[in-house]
Design a binder for this molecule. Structure first.
Ligand code: ADP
Ligand code: MG
Length: 358
């Protein structure tokens, strides 16, 4: 019986499987950028520079000064499910790194032209590798990996993203939108990852669209990115013993006081266990709290909120892009956090009334 007979089940070719898997993780250039950026942060980088050509579709280049990749690992770097971060399923419950599935570079290598230059401290030289579909690509001449001059750290270059996924390429409307999505991701990470400096520019331009030096404080980072109107009205507070019984270890907030109102929306920035996530129930609950303080139509505060929840209570593996997380005691934790925000807003609101009355 022929395998092509309708209705018969057959195994997909591994390249097809990998391309499908890649499409789930890498929906737009910003998804590729986020994965690569997180790898740089996982590698303990203190400076990360991003350059973007045509919204990342033509080229995305990320250069870090992290610990680099060992030469002996380069052959399997872009294979699926190869990682230095997770070894047992149990580790997943206490994972501290962004990565753990070993899927990102593999996926990207299936839907782009990917090359890597990397150097560890112990190595006298850097190595450059070119990948195709998960493997070191055969080159006509020259070695792969090839010894080259280079600094400690890693540079990842992604070119022609989605070149072999025409439907995806067609669905992307404007390189300019994609560029702003990329910028947005780096901006948010630069608010959260105070241990590193971040730079973004368009390839070929000399001006940086984002330039956050490593030693810049949280407030100064917010000022650089979102402007003084927001930065001058920030309340900063944190809690380390808030809700142990709910697995809430700590939270910290940097948000505008009732003195700041704007008709322009700035969606809240949430990091849960260091992951940039969206959390609609939390967003709505905070919006309600602010509504009591801000004029209608201008209820658009700036909010950066970082939650640390016991890792065993958090499931980070619910979504391919890791965009959503689930955690236990969600309602109780949200209530604790919003109550504290409300208290802080009331404090400044009261002192403001006092101030105008005196
Ligand atoms: P994951 O992050 O889930 O492990 P990736 O495909 O993103 O999977 O990366 C695979 C491996 O490549 C990582 O586990 C890490 O060891 C290495 N790696 C990737 N990027 C970097 C980098 N910028 N610096 C150092 N090592 C890196
Ligand atoms: Mg990764």
């Amino acid at each position: 019986m022929s395998v092509d007979q309708p209705g018969r089940i057959k195994a997909l070719d591994t390249n097809v499987v990998n391309k499908i898997a890649a499409g789930e993780i890498i929906i737009a250039p910003a998804n590729a950028l986020k994965e690569i950026l997180e790898n740089s942060i996982d590698a303990q980088s203190t400076t990360i520079e991003v350059s973007v050509k045509e919204g990342g579709l033509k080229q995305l280049q990320i250069t870090d000064n992290g610990h680099g990749i060992n030469k002996d690992d380069l052959a399997i770097l872009c294979e699926r499910f190869t990682t230095s971060k997770l070894s047992t399923f149990k580790d997943l419950s206490t994972i501290q790194t962004y990565g753990f599935r070993g899927e990102a570079l593999a996926s990207i290598s299936h839907i782009s032209h990917l090359s890597v230059v990397t150097k560890t401290k112990d190595s006298p030289v850097a190595y450059k590798c070119v990948y195709a579909s998960g493997k070191l690509a055969p080159t006509k001449k020259g070695a792969n990996p090839q010894a080259v001059a280079g600094k400690d750290g890693t540079q990842i270059v992604v070119e022609d993203l989605f070149y072999n996924v025409p439907s995806r390429l067609r669905s992307i409307r404007s390189p300019s939108d994609e560029y702003y999505k990329i910028l947005d991701v780096v901006q948010k990470y630069s608010i959260h990852c105070l241990q590193a400096g971040f730079m973004v520019k368009k390839t070929g331009e000399s001006n940086y669209a984002l330039m956050i030096r490593q030693n810049l404080s949280l407030k100064e980072r917010i000022r650089t990115i979102y402007g003084s109107g927001i930065a001058n009205e920030l309340l900063e507070f944190n809690e380390t013993e808030a809700g142990e019984r709910y697995g809430l270890v700590a939270f910290s907030v940097c948000a505008t006081s009732p003195n700041f109102s704007s008709s322009k929306k700035t969606p809240p920035i949430f990091f849960i266990n260091n992951r940039l996530v969206s959390c609609d129930p939390l967003r709505k609950s905070l919006q309600q709290v602010y509504a009591a303080f801000l004029p209608k139509g201008a209820n658009h505060p700036f909010i950066y909120l970082s939650l640390s929840i016991s890792p065993e209570n958090v499931d980070v593996n619910v979504h391919p892009t890791k965009r959503e997380v689930r955690f236990l005691h969600e309602d109780e934790i949200i209530e604790l956090v919003t109550e504290r925000v409300q208290e802080e807003l009331m404090k400044t609101d009261n002192s403001r009334v006092f101030h105008t009355q005196s």
